[in-house]
Design a binder for this molecule. Sequence first.
Ligand code: GAR
Length: 210
Amino acid sequence: ALRIAVLASGRGSNLQAILDAIAKGDLAAEVVGVFSDRPRALALERARAAGVPALALEPRNFADRAAFDEHLFHRIDETRPDLIVCAGYMRLLGAAVVNQRRGRIINIHPSLLPAFKGLRTHQQALDNGASEHGASVHFVTAELDGGPVITHAAVPVMADDDADRLAERVLALEHPLLLATLRLFAAGRVTLDDSHIRLDGIALAAPLRL
Ligand code: GAR
């Protein structure tokens, strides 16, 4: 089974979707550890409730971001993950740790990348008058929300949406999007080389729309 380490800063609903799918036999994977930058993250409780080792490291206890990242990824590496999944992890990862793990870290982001990188993506979509919005799963590179996009899922933006309603509609789609993407990894179907994401060995011309 695919060994997954999860990084999460908060609520952990995406983590829960992974844990539930594994428990139901819907995803051939094992969550080998959950890691957080926030000791009070609900994600840590969800992990422990599922019998998964959970660890929080506080950035303020480290000299700088590089020191924090080094320690965090040392602990992650100890769990020997095949794939590291950022699921609501709200801290930038430094180039050093990311570049050493090219093709092995993915992130779920609440927009149709490359549109609306960074924070408050739902408000960004509304402010820009987008008619369509959604979520993306992408490989993490040193560029914030800028790595190659593997999969997309879209929802319509409604005339009376506010950021909360739009966020709710997108989140409902994030869980199946992340699971479908993880199933591709679990089946060994996705790889990243110097220039391309490959699905079954064939270079993707555009993100897969799920
Ligand atoms: C999700 O909407 C995820 O896409 C987003 O945070 C939320 C976490 O929810 N991630 C980012 O904004 C990354 N920059 P969860 O903790 O319930 O999974």
